[in-house]
Design a binder for this molecule. Structure first.
Ligand code: 3H9
Length: 691
């Protein structure tokens, strides 16, 4: 094993290199030798300055997140930063790759920073539910000013080296020979004889900060925090840097860090960080499996779904052949795509030039033969087995050998469609979520015969187009929609038994969902569910009646709620309340007071129970994959870590006990606890299917 920290010399300049693959996290086995190196250099008279660099693909990408929640071993990051600041000779950070979190804080401990042009610098701690705990909130405003620091720390979004240079975060940007140029920089500083000033002592930018402007911006950002504590705490800590002496502000930063890191929100967000990386590891798809090349994608169907999928690929840099039945349908689809891009241009997020480039990446066609040069062909046509089979019959005739064929079905049996293609090894489901150019989730549905390299390709291409891919197995509705069914099964019964739509929705929004189930119905259009139910011979007492009255939701101004004069704000409607009462009477249901707790038990608990059944059946490989699906596709609040993680906080024992209660009372299957959940109630841990 190579040393985690080494010292080399270039004349009077020492080069300290950290080597802790894969991302040079500041683990204990780095901190300890780094401290020893800094102490040795401080006391070495032949050293006039130092460069802090990293081996491998990146500068330090942060503290070691796996150490959080365990007792912190000395020296801590802040001790290293203090050692850098008191080195007595100029220290220069040589930054390549990503200087993130504790990595950037370490660089802020250096007197100067030189970055490669491709480097990115940021404090993304907020995304882990914490704040920078190594002095980042106190030092960054001293270099880039209060407002820029506030934006960077509250958003957690890294900035480019160019932006960093313009804002004073780095002192020089180089195209090549980073370490050699950083050495030259250190040499020049050492020779200048000027004392190296620590960032902590640079007060010019914060001395006369405009607190009113700061507070106004912080209030704006707090509005977007949606129940998350970390963004608000980040703003508070940057403000402390402006109003308190350095040491006091830093002590407060530490206190806030300690509180946040021990809290459930940060645990949930750290869980999601690792869950995303775990989801990329698919049983049966080893690192040695090479993905196929995807240079062009064919998409059949230019409706809302097909158009959105096509945009997602083009936005990710992959050209698309877009196929429709008629020229009119094609023009309509392309027209919508163009309109969407025009909105981005008007908002300033896309240039006219980039828009033109993207539009040019679409090859419209009405001829299946034009799909012959596509490496991946996705159908997004009407959700009907016979239609899908017919489409794949045509694709089969033109697709080149090795081309991957995919269906965007939401519910249909992927294996049955695969069998109809006579090349099921090349076949899989790619379930995008609407609007497909925006929503992050991509359920990759693995058929019984899908080849490992086809899965590897789907994972790679999904990541390339900015999606969060999760591999799932074949069942009705896959992971997301199947669980959604369980979550929604009791929503109408709750209304009939005494709840109001607003009361149910409020339980959801109080929990942190962006909206409740009835608001969702109105947004999506009640007629969509109505049409599906009719096709399946199913009924929904309230929703069907509303549809019969022409109340389809937001688009007609009336649905479960009223939307006055084109507004999107739902107002409870006395007519709906009367309808619910009337239907309850007809059915002989005596209405009663329904508590918020009961709403949770009859909606969230079946959701978790279905998740456990999905795990039992091996439809999802691990509980954290289910969490990824729900956080990225269905708005489950990230501060709660996804349904299966939240279940562990809520208590498996409590959930099983209440499911048993509701099962005994209603006899409904959605309440019958999964065996896996019963086991979890005993062991405190939900076992993965693969375990
Ligand atoms: C912090 O710094 C707190 C301080 O303010 C205060 C302390 C007192 N720790 O993402 P990848 C693993 S908080 C441990 O696939 P990429 C990751 O799990 C931290 N492990 O690579 C994965 O493991 P595996 C602030 C980490 O090239 C492997 O490295 N910093 C850490 O797509 C490869 O990761 C951040 O939040 C870590 N800090 O992207 C940055 N980082 O192979 C977090 C990664 O077993 N990291 N791993 O699955 C990232 O954003 C990305 O990893 C990065 C590379 C952009 C660096």
């Amino acid at each position: 094993m190579t040393e985690a920290v080494t010292i080399a010399r270039d004349g009077e300049i020492a080069i300290v290199t950290i080597d802790n693959p894969p991302v040079n996290a500041m683990s204990f086995h780095v901190r300890e030798p780094l401290m020893a190196a800094l102490t040795a250099l401080r006391d070495e008279p032949s050293v006039a300055g130092m460069v802090l660099a990293c081996a491998g693909r990146t500068f330090v990408a942060g503290a070691d997140i796996t150490e959080f929640g365990k007792p912190m071993q000395q020296p801590e990051l802040r001790d290293l930063i203090a050692a850098l600041e008191t080195l007595g000779k100029p220290a220069v950070a040589a930054i390549h790759g990503t200087a993130l979190g504790g990595g950037l804080e370490l660089a802020l401990g250096c007197h100067f920073r030189v970055a490669e042009a491709s480097a990115k610098l940021g404090l993304p701690e907020v995304k882990l539910g914490i704040l920078p705990g190594g002095g980042g909130t106190v030092r960054l405003p001293r270099l880039v000013g209060p407002l820029k620091a506030l934006d960077m720390i509250v958003s957690g979004t890294p900035i480019s080296a160019k932006d960093a240079l313009a804002n004073g975060l780095v002192d020089a940007v180089v195209e090549s020979d980073l370490v050699a140029k950083a050495v030259a920089f250190a040499r020049e500083q050492a020779k200048s004889g000027k004392p190296a000033v620590a960032v902590r002592d640079r007060n010019e930018l914060i001395a006369h900060a405009d607190l009113a402007a700061f507070d106004a911006r912080a209030a704006e950002l707090a509005k977007k925090a949606r129940g998350l504590e970390a963004p608000v705490a980040c703003a508070e800590s940057v403000r402390n840097a402006l109003t308190l002496p350095f040491d006091e502000a830093q002590t407060k930063e530490r206190e806030i860090f300690a509180k946040l890191v021990a809290g459930d929100q940060s645990k949930a967000q750290r869980h999601l960080f690792f869950a995303e990386r775990e989801a990329a590891k698919v049983p049966g798809v080893g690192k040695d499996v090479k993905p196929r090349d995807i240079a062009r994608v064919g998409i059949i169907g230019a409706g809302t779904m097909g158009g959105g999928i096509a945009m997602a690929f083009v936005n990710g840099g992959i050209p698309v052949t877009l196929l429709e039945m008629s020229r009119e349908a094609l023009d309509r689809g392309l027209g919508t795509i163009e309109k969407n891009y025009a909105i981005s241009v008007s908002r300033g997020s896309l240039t006219e030039e980039a828009k033109a480039k993207r539009m040019a990446a679409f090859t419209p066609s009405t001829d299946y033969a034009d799909l012959a040069n596509c490496d991946l062909i996705i159908e997004a046509v009407f959700e009907e087995m016979s239609v899908k089979k017919e489409v794949f019959g045509r694709i089969k005739a033109v697709a080149k050998p090795g081309a991957i064929l995919a269906t965007n079905t939401s519910y249909l049996d992927v294996n049955e469609i695969a069998a109809s293609t006579s090349r099921p090894q090349d076949f899989l489901g790619l379930h995008f979520f609407s609007p497909a150019n925006v929503m992050k989730l991509l359920e990759i549905v693995r058929g019984a015969k899908t080849a490992p390299d086809v899965l590897a390709t789907a994972l790679a291409v999904g990541k390339k187009i900015g999606k969060v891919p999760v591999v799932v197995g074949v069942c009705h509705g896959f992971v997301g929609n199947r669980m959604l069914g369980a979550r929604g099964a009791e929503t109408e019964p709750l209304l009939l038994e005494g709840a109001t739509p607003h009361q149910v929705d409020k339980v959801f929004t109080d929990f942190g969902w962006p909206m409740g189930p009835f608001q969702m119905w109105d947004l999506a259009g009640l007629d969509i569910g109505w049409r599906n139910r009719k096709a399946q011979g199913k009924k929904a007492i309230i929703a069907d009646t509303l549809c019969e009255q022409g109340r389809f939701g937001q688009k007609t101004g009336r649905g479960m709620y009223l939307y006055e004069s084109g507004s999107r704000t739902p107002t409870p409607d006395p007519e709906v309340a009367a309808l619910i009462e009337e239907k309850a009477k007809e059915l002989g249901i005596e209405r009663r007071e329904i508590s918020s707790q009961e709403i949770i038990e009859r909606t969230f608990y079946p959701l978790i129970n279905e998740g456990a059944k999905i795990l039992e059946e091996g439809i999802a490989a691990r509980a954290s994959d289910i969490d990824m699906v729900w956080v990225n596709g269905y708005g489950f609040p990230i501060g709660k870590g996804g349904p299966m993680f939240w279940a562990s906080l809520e208590g498996f024992g409590k959930i099983v006990e209440r499911l048993d209660y509701w099962h005994a009372r209603t006899g409904k299957d959605i309440f019958k606890p999964a065996e896996l959940l019963r086991k979890a109630a005993e062991t405190g841990k939900l076992a993965d299917a693969a375990a």
